[in-house]
Write a protein that binds this ligand. Structure first.
Ligand code: FES
Length: 100
């Protein structure tokens, strides 16, 4: 019998409750990501505010950086800005690097 069958209730602190169903038992339950990246920290600008601006002016990443300063300081938000422009997403629950 698998160990996971004995697990009926796992508490994950700030990540919320994760419960298995019983029966049938499940090894993994959906769990909300503890990561939420939604803004350029250096400029204090939300991606949700930057996206409509970029779309309105048809900015690419270079133009967005030039006009807002976002992505042009520490650069940590640059991969997220690039992804935002490509997909329209303004909240990210995963780490994205320049290569990713
Ligand atoms: S977080 Fe956007 S430039 Fe630093």
């Amino acid at each position: 019998m698998a160990v996971c069958q004995y697990v009926t209730d796992i508490r994950m602190g700030d990540m919320g409750d994760v419960r298995t169903t019983s029966p049938p038992y499940r090894l993994f339950s959906p769990m909300p990501s503890p990561i939420s990246i939604t803004r350029c920290i250096c400029q204090g600008r939300e991606f949700a505010d930057l996206l409509p601006l970029a779309r309105q002016h048809n900015w690419d990443l270079a133009a967005l950086m030039e006009h807002t300063g976002c992505g042009a300081q520490c650069g940590l938000c640059r991969p997220y800005l690039r992804r935002m422009l490509k997909t329209g997403r303004t909240e990210f629950n995963e780490i994205i690097t320049e290569n990713g």
